[in-house]
Unconditional design. Structure first.
Length: 256
């Protein structure tokens, strides 16, 4: 069964978790998933000893399915984030072209239409807006205004192909901006699902670890396989740092 299938099969259980009950991981998701996979492998090998303690028979299967579901939910969330970043990058890369073309058209039209009151009034209305949405509409409006007054533009040797370019840029950039905003304000259901999938998996992980640590209480080397290696190493680093800081403080000369 694929990760996607496991996620879909558990979706009702995942969605049933109240948002107030969502747990927050103390370690990165990728590491937590990796540790859950290792736990499944270890517990599968030790299954006879664990079931001898009346551990529920379906706990190991649940551990596997929930790990797969969280892996897929995490991947979905990462991909969504990447899509958001790409949409923002596309807009940022294309924005200077829009601003440059908008400025060029405005300056050229002001000069070409300087003696035409009607054309100047229309141009003045187009120029009123200052937002990026206004500028996108401006390019379309400037394209139409320019084509309606092409003879005036020809007198200053204006490149009339820029009028078609303005219309095309307006349409293309509107799509880029819509994609950017759509990603930006996307209801992050995937984030909620990811967090709930973690909460569901944590129930299993915690329970399997309790059984394992009890079953192998007299075998520390095995028992530690039922605890987080990441947190163990972080604790070791912290204690080492504290010891080092204490040593430095102790060796510092006292002030008279």
């Amino acid at each position: 069964m694929t990760d996607e299938q496991d996620l879909q099969n558990l979706l009702n259980e995942i969605n049933a978790i109240d948002e107030a009950d969502i747990k927050k991981p103390a370690i990165p998701f990728e590491i937590y998933i990796y540790e859950a996979e290792r736990l499944y492998t270890r517990a599968s090998e030790d299954l006879p000893k664990l079931t001898a303690l009346n551990m529920p028979a379906n706990l190991i299967d649940n551990l596997r399915m929930r790990t797969n579901a969280l892996r897929k939910a995490q991947l979905n969330w990462v991909e969504l984030n990447n899509d958001k970043k790409k949409a923002n990058a596309d807009w940022k890369a294309a924005k200077p072209e829009l601003l440059k073309l908008h400025k060029e058209l405005i300056q050229s039209f002001q000069f070409a239409f300087r003696n035409n009151e009607v054309a100047m009034q229309k141009l003045s209305k187009i120029k009123k807006g200052r937002s990026m949405d206004d500028m996108l509409m401006d390019l379309c409006s400037l394209s139409v205004l320019g084509k309606d007054n092409s003879k005036l533009l020809e007198t200053i040797n204006f490149d009339l192909s820029l009028l078609d370019r303005a219309a095309e840029t307006s349409e293309r950039m509107a799509k880029v901006k819509a994609n950017k905003n759509g990603r930006l304000y996307f209801q992050d259901d995937m984030l909620v699902i990811r967090n709930k999938a973690y909460t569901l998996l944590k129930e299993c992980v915690d329970e399997v670890r309790k059984y394992g640590q009890f079953a192998f209480a007299d075998q520390p080397n095995i028992a530690q396989a039922y605890a987080s290696k990441y947190r163990r190493e972080k604790k070791r680093e912290y204690l080492k740092k504290c010891k080092l800081n204490k040593s430095v403080t102790k060796n510092e000369p006292s002030t008279p």
